[in-house]
Design a protein around this ligand. Structure first.
Ligand SMILES: NC(=O)c1ccc[n+]([C@@H]2O[C@H](COP(=O)([O-])OP(=O)(O)OC[C@H]3O[C@@H](n4cnc5c(N)ncnc54)[C@H](OP(=O)(O)O)[C@@H]3O)[C@@H](O)[C@H]2O)c1
Length: 287
């Protein structure tokens, strides 16, 4: 498989993989030039050992999945994992199957590695889990998971039949949104549910991240960019798959270098002093 053997690795979904994947929100929605860059970016990632792609039926109402399908056709399907997600109002067994068929068509593949409930809606979890187990048994997905679940959602999930077959929960995670460290990450470790952290840079145009100016100074002292610092911080404990989105090869190159950045205990303490570790349960941050 193409890849960089020196890359830091974690075990994600029972496979050794780099601790970063590729986000695809807002891709596939632009003109021929941006489409070309987005495809090149996915090729760059796959050629450099970044082999988990995160997408959703919501992203551009299928346009992101279509682009991922195009971009991945020349790669061996067993060399990368695709995560996709369905809307909460498609969370009944019948609608899950219908959404999944459309996603598979757009992605030009016959299976997903992981299929996630994008966020909680009104369908009882037992019904959603039963629908997910059906499509898993039929071979259309390898496994399933959830996204934007807080502690009470996870506990409720654990209480329904087959609920603990959930293998992933994907939540917002970056330096300024670290509430999940208090009880969600420990819960997931205990129950063998992998954690995917989204929006390490605060999403598009970083609009959900108002960084304190001192963070810039800390990055400068380490001779790294703020983006590299943020990404390296998100993956510092080898227990998170962070999924930054970039459609720029030079940004991608920068992001790969974040895999080599380590923090001293003093640097971590300093970052904690600006963005403290959670000391109590807080409402889940979402984008
Ligand atoms: N499950 C959920 O509910 C949920 C919610 C939100 C996001 N997600 C997933 O998480 C992924 C990542 O989150 P996100 O897209 O919201 O935001 P993000 O990854 O935090 O930030 C993306 C932004 O950062 C820029 N960027 C990336 N690398 C950079 C670098 N090295 N230097 C400067 N700018 C850089 C990108 O622009 P360029 O393209 O120009 O580099 C883009 O504007 C999404 O794409 C999606 O797959 C999931």
């Amino acid at each position: 498989m193409a890849g960089d053997d020196h890359l830091k690795q974690i075990t994600f979904h029972n496979q050794k993989t780099a601790p970063i994947g590729m986000g695809t929100w807002r891709v596939g929605e632009g003109n021929a030039e941006t489409t070309k860059q987005e495809i090149e970016s996915i090729h760059y990632g796959l050629n450099h050992g970044i082999n988990v792609i995160d997408t959703a039926e919501m992203y551009g109402e299928g346009l992101a999945e279509t682009l991922v399908g195009k971009a991945t056709q020349s790669f061996d399907r067993s060399d990368f994992q695709i995560i996709s997600k369905f809307y909460p109002y498609h969370a009944t067994p019948k609608l899950i199957k219908a959404s999944l068929e459309k996603s598979l068509n757009r992605l030009q593949t016959d299976y997903l590695d992981l299929y996630l409930l994008h966020w909680r809606g009104n369908t009882p979890l037992a019904e959603t889990v039963s629908g997910l187990e059906d499509v898993k048994k039929a071979g259309y997905i390898k496994d399933w998971g959830v996204s934007n679940f807080d502690l009470s959602d996870l506990n409720e999930l654990a209480s329904v039949p087959d609920g603990l077959n959930c293998v992933v929960n994907e939540n917002l995670y970056n330096l300024t949104s670290r509430g999940v460290e208090y009880s969600i990450l420990p819960w997931q470790k205990k129950h063998n549910v992998d954690f995917v952290g989204y929006s390490p840079f605060g999403s598009d145009k970083n609009e959900f991240l108002k960084l304190k100016p001192e963070i810039k100074d800390i990055a400068a002292q380490k001779h790294v960019t703020v983006f590299q610092l943020l990404l390296a911080w998100a993956i510092r404990n080898n227990d998170v798959l962070s999924i930054p989105k970039t459609s720029s090869l030079s940004h991608f190159e920068d992001n790969l270098k974040a895999l080599e950045i380590e923090f001293t205990p003093d640097e971590l303490d300093l970052l904690d002093s600006y963005y403290p570790k959670p000391t109590h349960e807080t409402p889940l941050d979402v984008i």
